[in-house]
Design a protein around this ligand. Structure first.
Ligand SMILES: Cc1ncc(C[n+]2csc(CCOP(=O)(O)OP(=O)(O)O)c2C)c(N)n1
Ligand SMILES: [Mg+2]
Length: 597
């Protein structure tokens, strides 16, 4: 076998049968070997960013069973992968990227002088990829290739998971490497199954004297494969829980113990409950600034907190916060969670959380649409939510449309995801393709905005080429609505770079859809929405929304999570804070704007 054939064999042995790529000279031998092996199917994109974003979705759509693979040629091809790797890195999603590199003998690394470049399209991708991968390496011998493929696979899928990159010079692709070799990287000491007694004790006693307990269900519960067990424990004990967005895909949102998603764009009710609890048990959530805001002292201020996270560095960030911490994969904590001492049910707390849920959960929350008599984006999401098949895959790009989707979508069995932490515009098309490639029998519903739709328009051709069952919903508000809302808050509604009169524009989306031979449907008003049926096959559904349609609710800078825009009157605010007294911030004075928008 030569190096390229070895890679093709490796992919087969790992059952990695979908390859997302853009080819080029430095990777063509590998692509050729994969083609000739006829095991893994090739999905050819127009931009490598799409390939790595598609690879990011494989794990998300396969119940954590398969890793995505992306490939690119050296130089610009490899560099274009970085955005997709960023998506996987911050969301802890395993994926593997293989890049071609110039021949070792041509490389600037081996010359006398310190050159920027020696071989054509040479760039040091390993150095660049290090900050968005768990492991990135160039392999410079047959042994290094064999050893590092297996090592990379192991690293990607163990501990806090994430993407890996292997850079393969063209001469290594072509040299004889010998027979296939197995390597075992599993080291049980890196994944201790038993917790220290201290940690077991922390878990056991955490809720013991609690009067207002609450669980925060984070993505780590699902990524560790513990979601069904944790839900079983929740149901058995009627334990109330709220969730982060990244955890959305791992439980049934109609569960009576679920009280909504929290955060800056979180559900009002869930945020009130969070802010009023006295003990918050955080399972596998890294509590980023979209969850805690940039002022963590305002986050569930009277509650004691216990956080379980697989990544000790995430726990180290709480060094000033007084939290109780357990560094472990959730799957090793499940049995201890089942053994927790739980308090007697406090009816006052349960009456409160149920009242709040009744008031705020699963409602069309657009006061903008009501006031302006325009189509509510929340109604659109709710209607689509009703229509889709229960095993379908739903995903969002980045912008107001993503918030509208996540704020009211009720997941039962669907897969739902977005590149939650990295948040690149242009994610939806490649993600939909990756999802459809991974689960060809499932319906895929992709939500983007007019801005994000334009970023990767060219990938509509890949959907067409493979005749995928994808409905692309474009929430067209003629602008970057989420950015404009930010400009409303902090820049006196000057929409430079984001508004239709301020440098930004939208093409005729119907003609774009037609150019790619896709079914086009428009929704302009409630009547259209009533008559709407999701088309079969690939379609573009353009939803016409009023410019400046708002995300509601939203937490502005300097306010706690339970005081969201649009602001409620003082009476309602104080009534909803039944257990914790919050002095209302009258006027926020902003020094510097933070990044949680
Ligand atoms: C790659 C990248 N560039 C810029 C941004 C900043 N950004 C966030 S949302 C957005 C606009 C999205 O517009 P659209 O898709 O129409 O969404 P809307 O907010 O209008 O629903 C931009 C430019 C980003 N998230 N990613
Ligand atoms: Mg828009």
């Amino acid at each position: 076998m030569n190096g390229s054939q070895y890679i093709a064999e490796f992919l087969k042995r790992k059952e990695l049968d979908k390859i997302f790529l853009v080819t080029g000279g430095a990777v063509a031998f590998i692509v050729d070997a994969i083609g000739q092996k006829n095991y893994s199917k090739l999905y050819c994109f127009q931009h490598e960013q799409s390939a790595s974003m598609a690879a990011d979705t494989t794990w998300r759509c396969s119940d954590g069973k398969k890793m995505g693979v992306s490939m690119a040629t050296s130089g610009p091809g490899a560099v274009n992968l970085l955005s997709g790797l960023g998506c996987s890195y911050v969301d802890s999603i395993p994926s593997i990227s293989i890049t071609g590199q110039v021949n070792i003998k041509e490389s600037s690394k081996y010359g006398y002088a310190k050159l920027r470049q020696a071989g054509y399209q040479e760039i040091d991708i390993v150095k660049m990829a290090k900050s968005v991968t768990k492991f990135a390496i160039q392999v410079n011998s047959a042994h290094e290739l064999k050893y590092n493929l297996e090592k990379a696979y192991h690293i990607a899928t163990s501990g806090r998971m994430g993407p890996v990159l292997i850079d393969v010079p063209m001469d290594i692709q072509q040299i004889e490497v010998g027979e296939y070799e197995e390597f075992n990287f599993f080291d049980p000491s890196n994944d201790p199954k038993s917790l220290p007694n201290d940690d077991i004790f922390k878990i056991k006693k955490f809720f013991k004297n609690s009067k207002r307990p609450l669980v925060l269900f984070g993505a780590g519960v699902g990524l560790s494969g513990s979601h069904n067990k944790i839900i079983e424990w929740i149901n058995k004990n009627d334990m109330p829980f709220v969730s982060s967005w990244s955890a959305f895909s791992f439980f049934d949102h109609t569960n009576k113990n679920y009280f909504g998603h929290i955060g800056v764009y979180g559900n009002r009710g869930a945020n009130f409950i969070l802010q009023n609890c006295d003990s918050l048990f955080v399972l596998g959530s890294r509590l980023d600034t979209r969850i805690r805001t940039s002022n963590p002292s305002n986050f569930a201020p009277l509650a004691k907190k216990l956080v379980i996270d697989v990544d000790n560095e995430e726990l180290r960030k709480y060094h000033n916060d007084g939290y109780s911490l357990v560094n472990s994969n959730i799957k090793h904590c499940v049995k201890h969670i089942f053994n927790m001492d739980l308090p007697k049910k406090n009816n006052q707390w349960f009456d409160y959380i149920n009242d709040i849920k009744k008031q705020y959960f699963n409602k069309d929350i657009s006061t903008f649409a009501k006031t302006n008599k325009t189509l509510s984006p929340y109604k659109v999401v709710m209607e689509i939510n009703k229509q889709i098949k229960k095993d379908s895959i739903v995903l969002g790009d980045c912008g107001a449309h993503l918030c509208w989707l996540y704020q009211v979508f009720l997941r039962k069995k669907e897969t739902i995801f977005t590149a939650a932490g990295f948040g690149p515009i242009g994610y939806a098309h490649p993600a939909a393709i990756g999802a459809s490639a991974t689960c060809p029998n499932k319906q895929v519903i992709s939500f983007s905005g007019d801005g994000s739709f334009q970023v990767q328009t060219s990938e509509l051709q890949v959907m067409k080429h493979h005749n995928m069952n994808i409905c692309n919903i474009v929430m067209n508000d003629n602008g970057y609505a989420i950015v404009k809302q930010f400009q409303d808050s902090y820049m006196g509604s000057r929409y430079f770079g984001a508004g239709i009169k301020d440098g930004y524009s939208v093409p005729n989306i119907k003609k774009v859809a037609e150019a790619y031979g896709l079914t086009y449907v428009k929704i302009k008003n409630e009547k259209d929405l009533k008559n709407f049926k999701i088309p079969k096959g690939i379609s573009v559904v353009e939803v016409f929304l009023a410019e400046n349609t708002l995300i509601e609710p939203k937490t502005d800078m300097g306010r706690p999570l339970n005081d969201q825009f649009p602001f409620m009157n003082d009476n309602e605010f104080h009534q909803n804070n039944r257990f914790v007294k919050f002095d209302r911030v009258k006027k926020v004075v902003i020094d510097k704007v933070d990044s949680h928008e």
